[in-house]
Design a protein around this ligand. Structure first.
Ligand code: PLP
Length: 456
C-alpha cells in the first residue's frame, strides 16, 4: 500500500481524490477539472491548505467546530478511551461510563423537562430516530393515526432518506424518491425574500398560522409533530420575525402536536445560549443535537427527549438503534468538549466579547452596494446579495450565481464563507477573538468588492 500524505504534490492528491473519492453535494466534473482544496492542518480559527495558505474558517467547518481547532485535550481523551474501551455497544442491556457521563451532562445542560438522550452517529441519524420515536409515541398512546410530521420548505434536517424527507430542499427531493410518506412541508418564515409588502411581524404570524391551517386541513388526529430549527442554518440563516415562535408554540400546545427543535446547528452556544430553543423561547418535546456536541472532533448526535415522551417510549421496547449509538470514544470526546465549553466559559466569551464584535462587523457590511440586508443572532449570520437594496430584487442571473461568485472571491481572500443561493452565511468558531473578527470583516468586504466588480 503506497503512503498518501500531505507531502505529495497538491495536483497529485487532487487527481487521486477525483479518481476515487465521491464528495457530498459536489459536481464530479468540477472536482476533476479544478481539484478540491486540500486542507492539511488547523489551529484555532485558521485552516492551512497544501499550498500553505492560512484560511480563516468563517464556517467552523460545517457549523460545528465551536471550540476551535487544535485542542489536544480532546485527542488525549480519545487516545485514552481507545486504549481502555475502544468500542462497545449500548444494545441488549449493556452500557459504559463515557456514555452515562455524557447523557447526564447533556441532561444537566438541557431545559429541565428534557432528561433522556437517545444517541446516534450524526444529526441525520438522530432525526431518523425522531421520526420513528414520535410515531411510536403516539401509537403507544393509542393514537397510531397521528403519524404526519410537518416541516418547512427550505429546511435542512440531514441527508438520510428519513431526515432528507423532513428537510424541504427541492434539489434533494428531486433525487432518490423523497419524501417518504406522511411528511408535509409548509412555507418558511423568510421575510426578506417572501414577505412582500407585509410587515415582518404580520408575516411571521401568518407563516406560523400556516401550521394551524395545515393541522386543520389534515386533521389533528393525523399530525404527530412539527419539526424546525429555532433558526434555519443551512437554509441561509433565516431568522424568523419575533412573532413566529410564540405562535408556533401556542398551536403545538393547542392541538397536542409534539414540537421537535432541531438544535444540530443552534445547540451548544451558537445562538448565545446553550440551545436555540432558549433564545427563541420555546419548550420542545425533543431536541436534535450533533455538530457542536463534540465540536466536530468525533461524529456523534442524538435526541434529547422530554420526560413525558421518554416515559411512554420506555414503557415498551423501541426497536431502533445504531451500532455507534453512544460510541465510547465519541462520548468521551464530546464530554471533554462540554467540559471546555463550561470551564472556559465559552458562552460568556460569546455573549460579552465575540457576539458584540461580530455583530458590529457584520452589520457594518450593510452599506455595501451588493448587500440587501445583514442579519445575525449569536454567532450565526447571513447577508442577502441583491442588485437593488430598496426593492429587495433578485439578480437576472440564475439564483445562486452571485452567491457562488462571492464565495469564490472569499476563498481567493483566504476566508471561508458559504453561500446558500444568493445569501452568504457565517458561523465562525465561538472562541474567535475580536482581532480575528476584524480580519474576517476586512476579507469579507474585499471579497464583496471583487464580486461586485465582476458582476458589473
Ligand atoms: N439538522 C440540521 C439543522 C443540520 O444543519 C444538519 C447538518 O448540517 C443536520 C441536521 C444533519 O446532520 P449530519 O450532517 O450530522 O447528519
Amino acid at each position: 500500500m503506497s503512503a498518501i500524505t500531505n507531502h505529495l504534490p497538491t495536483a497529485e492528491l487532487q487527481a487521486l481524490d477525483a479518481a476515487h473519492h465521491m464528495h457530498p453535494f459536489t459536481t464530479g466534473n468540477e472536482l476533476a477539472e479544478r481539484g478540491a482544496r486540500v486542507i492539511t492542518r488547523a489551529e484555532g480559527v485558521y485552516l492551512t491548505d497544501s499550498e500553505g495558505n492560512e484560511i480563516l474558517d468563517g464556517m467552523a467547518g460545517l457549523w460545528c467546530v465551536n471550540i476551535g481547532y487544535g485542542r489536544h485535550e480532546l485527542a488525549d481523551v480519545a487516545a485514552r478511551q481507545m486504549r481502555e474501551l475502544p468500542y462497545y455497544n449500548t444494545f441488549f442491556m449493556t452500557t459504559h461510563a463515557p456514555v452515562i457521563a455524557l447523557a447526564k451532562e447533556i441532561a444537566s445542560l438541557a431545559p429541565s423537562h428534557l432528561n433522556q438522550v437517545f444517541f446516534a452517529g450524526s444529526g441525520s441519524e438522530a432525526n431518523d430516530t425522531n421520526i420513528r420515536m414520535v410515531r411510536t409515541y403516539w401509537a403507544m398512546k393509542g393514537k397510531p393515526s397521528k403519524s404526519i410530521i410537518i416541516s418547512r420548505k427550505n429546511a435542512y434536517h440531514g441527508s438520510s432518506v428519513g431526515s432528507g424527507s423532513l428537510g424541504g430542499m427541492t434539489p434533494m427531493h428531486e433525487q432518490g424518491g423523497l419524501p417518504i410518506p406522511d411528511i408535509h412541508h409548509i412555507d418558511q418564515p423568510y421575510w426578506w425574500a417572501e414577505g412582500g409588502d407585509a410587515t415582518p411581524e404580520d408575516f411571521g404570524l401568518a407563516r406560523a398560522q400556516d401550521l394551524e391551517k395545515a393541522i386543520l386541513a389534515m386533521g389533528e388526529d393525523r399530525v404527530a409533530a412539527f419539526i424546525a430549527e429555532p433558526i434555519q442554518g443551512a437554509g441561509g440563516v433565516i431568522i424568523p420575525p419575533a412573532t413566529y415562535w410564540p405562535e408556533i408554540q401556542r398551536i403545538c400546545d393547542k392541538y397536542e402536536i409534539l414540537l421537535i427543535a432541531d438544535e444540530v446547528i443552534c445547540g451548544f452556544g451558537r445562538t448565545g445560549n446553550w440551545f436555540g430553543s432558549e433564545t427563541v423561547g420555546i419548550k420542545p418535546d425533543i431536541m436534535t443535537i450533533a455538530k457542536g456536541l463534540s465540536s466536530g472532533y468525533q461524529p456523534i448526535g442524538g435526541s434529547i427527549v422530554s420526560d413525558e415522551v421518554a416515559d411512554v417510549i420506555n414503557s415498551g421496547e423501541f426497536n431502533h438503534g445504531y451500532t455507534y449509538s453512544g460510541h465510547p470514544v465519541a462520548s468521551a470526546v464530546a464530554l471533554e468538549n462540554l467540559r471546555i465549553l463550561q470551564e472556559e466559559n465559552v458562552l460568556g466569551h460569546v455573549r460579552d466579547v465575540a457576539m458584540p464584535a461580530l455583530h458590529e462587523v457584520w452589520h457594518g457590511l450593510n452599506d455595501h452596494p451588493l448587500v440587501g440586508e445583514t442579519t445575525i443572532v449569536g454567532m450565526m449570520g447571513s447577508l442577502a446579495l441583491t442588485p437593488d437594496k430598496d426593492s429587495r430584487a433578485k439578480f437576472a442571473m440564475d439564483a445562486g450565481t452571485a452567491g457562488y461568485m462571492t464565495r469564490e472571491r472569499c476563498f481567493a481572500n483566504n476566508l471561508i464563507m458559504r453561500h446558500v443561493y444568493d445569501r452568504m452565511v457565517i458561523s465562525p468558531p465561538l472562541v474567535i477573538t475580536p482581532e480575528e473578527i476584524t480580519t474576517l470583516g476586512k476579507r469579507a468586504r474585499q471579497a464583496l468588492d471583487e464580486a461586485y466588480t465582476q458582476m458589473k
